[in-house]
Write a protein that binds this ligand. Sequence first.
Ligand code: ADP
Ligand code: 5GP
Length: 198
Amino acid sequence: MKQGRVIIISGPSGVGKGTVVKRIMAADPELCFSVSATTRAIRPGEVDGVSYYFISRERFEEMIQKGEFLEHASYAGNYYGTPEPAVNAALAQGKSVVLEIEVQGALQVMRRRPDAVSIFIAPPSFEELHRRLAGRGDTDPESMARRLREAKGECELAKEYNYTVINDSLEEAVQKVQAILTAERCRSRYTYIPQKEE
Ligand code: ADP
Ligand code: 5GP
């Protein structure tokens, strides 16, 4: 059976991770999206259980205690985490699992699963990152300023990832991520070659 991989898509808030992920998921039925848990408030248009599992801080801390997260992090005043059982279930079915997560969590996954494919999505400039975050219109000014401050430190960690894709033209960024996933699927260790019978 085909072996699934953990695919980490990371980068600063507003860079376009969600946009890129939606595009690659729509084009590839072998990919499965990992729905994270978070303590942040639900935004208009988000659906509980689809965008995130929106849970209380108490419940989140209970899940940490029980070791239910593959990784978790505190970001811009809220907790975010990847429930591990769903990741393992998808991998067991031969599916690859896409984790759209911030950098602290990404570093934890790289340590725990060295075979994960890690892709950092970088902005073409900080001015453009600011424009995108503001243009999305769903983040209050204080949270936006906080996210922009965090972005500089996050971009310095890009060198820890297997790949970096600059999201300038969306089309080109999507193509590059797809090319990376295609190449990773062709790695010899993940490719089954039929053996000739004696
Ligand atoms: P993230 O998931 O990283 O927080 P989003 O996917 O929500 O970011 O994108 C932030 C905003 O930037 C959205 O309004 C999105 O439409 C826009 N965006 C994404 N990629 C590009 C791009 N290549 N060029 C211009 N705008 C983009
Ligand atoms: P947002 O509040 O904009 O949805 O997400 C804020 C940041 O948290 C984004 O960079 C997003 O990728 C990241 N994030 C979402 N889910 C997780 C998760 O499960 N773990 C970690 N570490 N980060 C996450």
